[in-house]
Design a protein around this ligand. Structure first.
Ligand code: HEM
Length: 406
């Protein structure tokens, strides 16, 4: 029998007290690969079942197909393609991918390598003399937002404003109604509006004066799928920013934390920088930034592992649990950068497979290599560190590191 109610295990996973180490609870959850919850939603926790669902055309990413749409459904004006199904999803993704770049075409990301190295170098220069740094505030947080500004073509003088909006939006995603002032939520809503308006303004300008950046290309492209409307461009730019920010922050921070917990691997990376490629894949499996895809909606009744999931049900996919499934990965709780056959679920799978994967990988690879090379004798100040609230996008809120042997 696959369907049992496991409300307690899920409740404990979502509870903040398990944020530092949810993995033993995932193991408990995997005893019931398809678990029906009291509210009628389903939680899927094993590798095979998660992969099957991500490839099943009867599943929708469009919130409007849930029989009980969750909060936020009405807030969406023009949904971005992460929340759309084929054919709309495919059309918009193709149009964005044409310019974004690898793996399918050489695009803007391919030419960004020198910019990535220079941003990383500059951030490390800024904390070179300090005895203690916060890897999140001093490095991992500013890095991806600066990269996305370059990519979109946000003028340098507007970057500080752009950073502030992003901070407010990300802060509001981590909102806790029990402890946080409502102001935090309101700031997030206002920042979303301001950001949309700002990007809309840039798109208008780029119609007349195109540069070599993503917004210009999207605004002026007449490719095989035609042109995106201005609203679609704004929704896409917002998506790239939101989907690509905290995820990358968390991968870099979780990465450094994992290296500091495995000093022999850190030393190997210092001596053998190429190790960073398989090491980054192993991080995406072992300490991934995205732990949960909070919902997919069933278009029709579907059967998963002998369980019938009725049409309209909400399905929650426990990606981080799937990547630790012992039926798929040998010795899954071991951090092993030499692991072969590492088809993790860190970027999802199927038609919504992370669009920014090639960029996120390069950002993380350059960041970790340079941090390990340049930060002298790094040591954790506290372990475990304090985590952000979210069980979905999981990562430390600060990561204090001592350096220079002090
Ligand atoms: C989708 C993870 C970085 C843009 C996804 C999905 C995951 C994911 C798990 C699948 C969501 C689903 O199936 O519903 C990550 C991780 C990242 C990262 C772990 C960093 C380490 C980025 C970056 C960008 C980006 C840097 C863009 C600049 C997107 C977009 C989608 C997506 C646009 C939607 C794709 C679609 O619907 O076709 N990402 N992401 N991501 N990601 Fe990422």
């Amino acid at each position: 029998m696959t369907t049992t109610e496991t409300p307690d295990t899920l409740r404990r996973i979502l509870d903040y007290s398990s944020r530092a180490d949810p993995y033993p609870l995932y193991a408990e959850l995997r005893k019931t690969p398809v678990a029906r919850q009291e509210d009628g939603s389903y939680v899927i926790s094993t590798y095979r079942e998660i992969t099957d669902i991500l490839h099943d055309p009867h599943l929708s990413s469009d919130i409007r197909n849930l029989s009980h749409p969750t909060a936020g459904a009405e807030e969406q004006t023009t949904p971005a393609f992460i929340n759309l199904d084929p054919p709309e999803h495919d059309r918009l993704r193709r149009m964005a991918m044409r310019h974004f770049g690898p793996p399918h075409t050489p695009g803007l990301v391919t030419g960004m390598e020198p910019a990535l190295s220079s941003i990383v170098g500059g951030l490390i220069d800024d904390f070179a003399g300090k005895e203690q740094i916060d890897l999140v505030d001093d490095f991992a947080y500013p890095f991806p937002v600066t990269v996305i500004c370059h990519l979109l073509g946000v003028p340098r003088e507007d970057e500080p404003r752009f950073h502030l909006w992003v901070n407010d939006i990300i802060d509001s995603i981590d909102y806790n109604p029990k402890t946080d002032p409502k102001e935090k939520l309101d700031n997030g809503i206002q920042a979303r509006k301001d950001l949309r308006q700002y990007i809309g303004g840039l798109v208008e300008q780029r119609h007349g004066r195109p540069g070599d950046d993503l917004l210009s290309r999207l605004a002026n492209d007449d490719g095989p799928d035609g042109r995106m409307t201005d609203e679609e461009i704004v929704a896409t730019a917002n998506l790239l920013l939101i989907a690509g920010h905290e995820t990358t922050v968390n991968l870099i921070t979780n990465g450094m934390l994992t290296l500091l917990r495995h000093p022999q691997v850190l030393q190997r990376l210092r001596e053998q920088p190429d190790l960073v490629v398989p090491l980054t894949e192993e991080l995406l499996r072992y300490e991934p930034p995205v732990h949960i895809i909070p919902w997919r909606a069933a278009y029709s009744d579907i059967t998963v592992a002998d369980t019938v999931i009725p049409k309209g049900s909400q399905i929650m996919l426990m990606l981080a649990s799937g990547s630790r499934d012992p039926n798929r990965f040998h010795d899954p709780d071991r951090f092993d950068p030499d692991r072969r056959d590492n088809q993790h679920l860190g970027f999802g799978s199927g038609i919504h497979l992370c669009f920014g994967g090639p960029l996120a990988r390069r950002e993380t690879q350059i960041a970790l290599t340079e941090l390990v090379r340049r930060v002298d004798r790094p040591r954790l100040v506290a372990d475990p560190p304090q985590y952000r609230r979210s069980p979905v996008l999981r990562g430390p809120i600060h990561l204090h590191i001592e350096q220079n042997g002090n």
